[in-house]
Every structure is written in C-alpha cells, then in structure tokens.
Design a protein around this ligand. Structure first.
Ligand code: 9D3
Length: 263
C-alpha cells in the first residue's frame, strides 16, 4: 500500500513515521509513505495557500488551486489514483470498520486541512471520502491523518507480526478488554485476582469474559448494544448489574482527585 499525505506541516510526520509500528512497516517495505508540502504546489513568489472567505466571516479558507495541483501531481506518479480522503471535522467518524475499509485500497491520498476549512469545490470535485476522528476541535488534519495511517496500517498483512492481536480484537466481539495483571502477584498488598494465578484455564477464560461484559456495560453501554452476546450472557449481565456496587466511571474519576501520596 502507498499512502501520500498532503499537508502544510510536513515536519509533523517525521518522528511518528520513524518510530512506531508505522515506521517499522515502512522500513520493511510493507507500506510506502510520502509526505508532500502543499505550499510547494502554490503559485507566485509568496506561495499563497489560503484566502478570505467569500461572503465574509472569520478565518481563512484553503485555496483550491494548490490542492488540485498537488493531487494531480501525485496521481500522475502512478496509474491508479487511489482514494482521496479529506480529514475534516465534517467527515464520517473513523471506526475500526472504516479503518478496515480503507486498508483495502491500494493507495490512499490524505489531505490535511488547516485554517477554517477548504474551498467547497475541493470536496465536490477532488475528494472521494471525508473522515473525522471524533467530536473535538483540533487545529488541523495532521494528527487525524496520523491516527488514520496507524489504524489502517495495522490491518495490512505482515505488519502486526505473529501475535496477531487484530484477530483477538475481533474475537472479543466489540467488547472492552478485561483487566490485565503481570508480576508481582502482590504489589504493595494489592493482590492479583486469585483465579488468574490458579492455572485453571477454563475458569480464567470465564472470568475474563465476565469482566469484559461488566466493564463494557458500565463504561460503554453504546458498544454493548452492538456486541455479540449469547442470551445467557445478556441474562447474566442483567442480574449482575442489578447488584453492581461499582460507581459510574465519572464518579470514580472525580473521587480519584482526592487521592494523596499515601492513600
Ligand atoms: C473552531 C473552528 N470550527 C468552527 C466551527 C471549525 C473547525 C475548522 C477546522 C474546527 C477544526 C478545524 C481543524 N480540524 C480538522 O481539520 C480536523 C479534525 C478535528 O478538528 N477534529 C476531529 N477530526 C478532525 S479531521 C480534521
């Protein structure tokens, strides 16, 4: 897979692409990552990439010409253009499903917006897809592009190595993870749950599944609605939740603030 990125801040991508799983995939030749500075495609001595908004209003808008020239230049380097994706707060929300879908493309061209937005004709006549990474305000599409690349590249064969964590992720069936522990079995008097050190594999699997169910119900009921649960599991969860002592996560977080060095 080849991924091209158009940005006004190419330097943002250097260290994330050198370190991390993405960097390793690039080193191994599994993916090709090419970052382009949109300003290189701007015309004139001043290389202007933004302008005032027609009709007035605050903030600047990215001009169409540099973006069209950049996409057309990148596309001309290959026979297949690949999907052109605009990172924008107005895009479809990035989910595991969307990441998997994008991982099926031979090429991706990610456009990072800056300023108040891009000229609407870019959306209408240049862009194939629009993606947002969530409902919070960032200063541009660069970090979202990094998130997209990371989420997509993990799906490519050979990237994750033999642990094959992706497979396990999907096996969990859309639930949150169970609590995990490592050595020591007793850390400052806080002991690892007995079942985990018992060596009783069936019991361990059952405990983990129950913990995943409970944690998802408590923290992400929205996920539970779409998760793959048996009728028995739904019934068990309903009973167990009726007597649940655990406070909602928001409350737990609020009370953690009163923690001191000694407690
Ligand atoms: C306060 C500015 N907003 C006025 C309603 C609009 C706005 C324009 C540009 C908000 C953010 C941005 C820059 N962000 C992105 O380009 C972006 C983004 C994001 O901010 N959040 C989540 N996903 C994405 S993808 C691209």
């Amino acid at each position: 897979m080849r991924i091209d990125i158009l940005t006004l801040f190419p330097e943002v991508f250097r260290s994330p692409f050198e370190a991390s799983i993405i960097g390793r995939a690039a080193q191994a030749g599994l993916i090709e990552l090419v970052v382009h500075n949109i300003r290189d495609y701007a015309e004139g001595r001043h290389k202007v990439v933004d302008d005032y908004s027609f009709g007035g209003g605050p903030g600047m808008v990215m001009k169409p010409e540099p973006l069209f020239r950049a996409v057309e230049s990148v596309a001309s380097q290959d026979s297949t253009r690949g999907r052109v994706v605009l990172l924008t707060p107005q895009g479809r929300l990035l989910t595991q499903e969307v990441a998997r879908e994008l991982s099926g493309e031979e090429r991706l061209l990610l456009i990072c917006g800056r300023y108040e937005g891009v000229d609407e004709r870019v959306r209408q006549h240049l862009v194939d897809d629009e993606v947002s990474i969530g409902d919070y305000v960032l200063s541009g599409g660069e970090f979202p592009a990094l998130v997209v690349v990371d989420a997509v590249v993990r799906h490519l064969p050979g990237v994750l190595g033999s642990e094959s964590s992706l497979e396990e992720e999907s096996h969990a069936g859309g639930l949150l993870e169970y609590p995990q522990y490592t050595r020591p079995a007793d850390f400052r008097g806080w002991r690892v749950p007995e079942v985990l050190v018992s060596g009783h594999h069936a019991e361990i699997a059952r405990w983990r599944r129950q913990q995943s169910l409970l944690r998802t119900a408590r923290r992400r009921p929205d996920l539970l609605a779409r998760a793959r649960l048996t009728d028995d599991e739904r019934r068990w969860l309903e009973e167990r939740r009726a007597e649940d002592e655990e406070p909602p996560l928001e409350e737990a977080v609020a009370s953690r603030k009163t923690r001191t060095a000694s407690s």
